[in-house]
Ligand binder design. Structure first.
Ligand SMILES: Cc1cc2nc3c(=O)[nH]c(=O)nc-3n(C[C@H](O)[C@H](O)[C@H](O)COP(=O)(O)OP(=O)(O)OC[C@H]3O[C@@H](n4cnc5c(N)ncnc54)[C@H](O)[C@@H]3O)c2cc1C
Length: 478
């Protein structure tokens, strides 16, 4: 019997797991996919928003502003990447300038620091490619970007180091209530007992809630967001996050520099009925190009290396829904966590534990907050590289030429405490396949390494989710 079972290992479930692992409790995270952070947490803009956009006095506003600050502590403790870009929200005429002033008032009420309005010309001194039609910008220096799935992997790894348990391929399909504990039934017939359940199931959080509460008061209305990704050669084309003025549909189509030098263009915002709809569309790509004209006249579309889409857990509730069930004590919902959920995640974890659960058990005396991130091999000084290759020839074998990733780094990504043996799992951890050729060169080589390390035949190696094999069967022996 566990004290807590968390359903879902996105940024919300993993940061709650880390926060809970500070206390003397037993804890299990169940994830239906074969990896951590396979849904919203892997397909978003990666922005740690300042908090200028959520409506005043909402949980979204309060937890976004606090979450933005808490990322600075996570950077130190978990060695996660943070790029302090700052951001500009742009206006093009007197009407939009009025809206910009209102947005600045909202930012100030929400507690965002150091905001100011700059003239278009002053903004262009900092961002020369900003459209000549921009007349004013709202500057938001506290905006930053991160590498979202690395935060989730680091947080869960640190929780495991501090005693938490994790099971992937563990799809919760039913929950049974027995007065003072719950049984969670998995698709494969296994079951787990727990005194409390935390529902962090993202776009399926209403579905999980309704396993017990048929009349759950929130319904997810999934919204898809599509993107272009520019190659690292575009680094420096823009250094700030550039936002248009927000609308009811969201923050609009953005320009977002990324921590590894790529630039994201997007997202769109369209309703979808399928929470797993990650397809990009011609109409989505056209929409992005149309809307970017208001931000810049010089878009390097020749540097696009891929497109992707994510589905937001938007809901009819409008704010984050972080509550204990009205009927089932100890069943907690962290539901409807759409943007700015990535930003707010560390604050959501604290808010849930301190203000909703009011957890009153001792803190662990030996909690270790630190995750040490190995330095990428190609960043090491030459002498250390030579020494490592001498000790272990797998460091001398470059598998991903674009990102300069060695065989040993791929082995570490497979065998680490939160390791993974899918192609995309390796990409998330070691960046093999993230470069210009998008895995064209290294994917087959990565598959062979996975096969060697795990003993799985090539036909059993998955690209991403379960049942996404690359090879179906052997046609001839090598
Ligand atoms: C296009 C887009 C752009 C965004 N941009 C930003 C941004 O720039 N900044 C920002 O702050 N926020 C942004 N967001 C929002 C942010 O990404 C989300 O709020 C955040 O990732 C939510 O995390 P989560 O853990 O709740 O959900 P997820 O990451 O979706 O995780 C939920 C997990 O639960 C698992 N699960 C579901 N059901 C079950 C079950 N029955 N059994 C076991 N496991 C289950 C799923 O497999 C999944 O892994 C964006 C979102 C999208 C889609």
């Amino acid at each position: 019997m566990y004290d807590y079972v968390i359903i879902g290992s996105g940024i919300i479930g993993t940061l709650i797991a880390r926060e809970l692992s500070k206390y003397e409790v037993s804890l299990l995270v169940l994830e239906k996919e074969n990896d951590i952070a396979n849904h919203q947490t892997t397909a978003n803009s990666a922005i740690i928003h300042s908090g200028h956009d959520p409506k005043e006095n909402t949980l979204k506003a309060k937890l976004c502003v606090l979450g933005n600050r808490l990322y600075d502590a996570l950077e130190t403790e978990l060695s996660i990447p943070l790029l302090r870009t700052g951001a500009f929200v742009v206006a093009h005429d007197a009407e939009e300038e009025n809206m910009l002033n209102l947005l600045m008032q909202r930012a100030l009420v929400n507690g965002v620091k150091d905001v100011e309005i700059l003239s278009g010309d002053d903004a262009r001194k900092l961002e020369p490619k900003l459209a000549s039609t921009v007349t004013k910008v709202l500057s938001l220096p506290s905006t930053k970007v991160t590498y979202p799935w690395e935060v989730a992997i680091a947080a869960l790894g640190n929780a495991i180091k501090n005693g938490a348990h994790f099971r992937r391929n563990s799809h919760v399909v039913d929950i049974v209530y027995h007065q003072d504990f719950y049984t969670l039934m998995l698709e494969d017939g296994q079951s787990f007992e727990s005194k409390h359940i935390i529902n962090a199931a993202g776009v399926l959080s209403d579905h999980v809630a309704r396993m017990l509460e048929r009349d759950f008061e929130l319904t997810i209305r999934p919204r898809k967001g599509e993107y272009f990704v520019l190659d690292r050669q575009a680094k420096g084309w823009f250094n700030h996050v550039i936002y248009p003025l927000p609308t009811k549909a969201g923050k609009g189509v953005l320009i977002v520099p990324q921590v590894h030098g790529n630039i994201l263009l997007g997202p769109t915002s369209s309703e979808t009925t399928d929470p797993s709809d990650a397809a990009t569309t011609k109409s989505g790509m056209t929409y992005i190009k149309e809307h970017l004209k208001a931000l810049s006249h010089h878009i390097p579309y020749d540097m696009i290396i891929r497109t992707f889409a994510g589905v937001r857990a938007s809901s009819d509730y409008e704010d984050f829904y972080i509550k204990e069930s009205h009927r089932y004590p100890g069943f907690y919902h962290v539901a409807g966590i759409d943007s700015p959920g990535l930003t707010a995640a560390p604050a959501i974890a604290q808010y849930l534990i301190q203000e909703i659960m009011k957890l009153n058990v001792p803190l662990k005396k030996d909690f270790d907050p630190i995750r040490i991130k190995p330095m990428p091999f190609h960043h090491l000084p030459e002498a250390e590289k030579e020494q490592r290759v001498k000790e272990n020839p797998a460091y001398g074998h470059i598998v991903c030429k674009c990102e300069k990733i060695t065989e040993q780094e791929i082995i570490d990504a497979i065998t680490g405490p939160t390791g993974n043996d899918t192609i995309k799992g390796i990409k998330k951890r070691a960046r093999a396949g993230s470069g210009l050729c998008q895995g064209g060169y290294c994917e087959g080589r990565v598959m062979k390494i996975i096969s060697k390390v795990t003993g799985k035949p090539l036909s059993e190696i998955q690209y991403y989710a379960q049942d996404t094999p690359i090879f179906v069967k052997e046609t001839k022996k090598a």
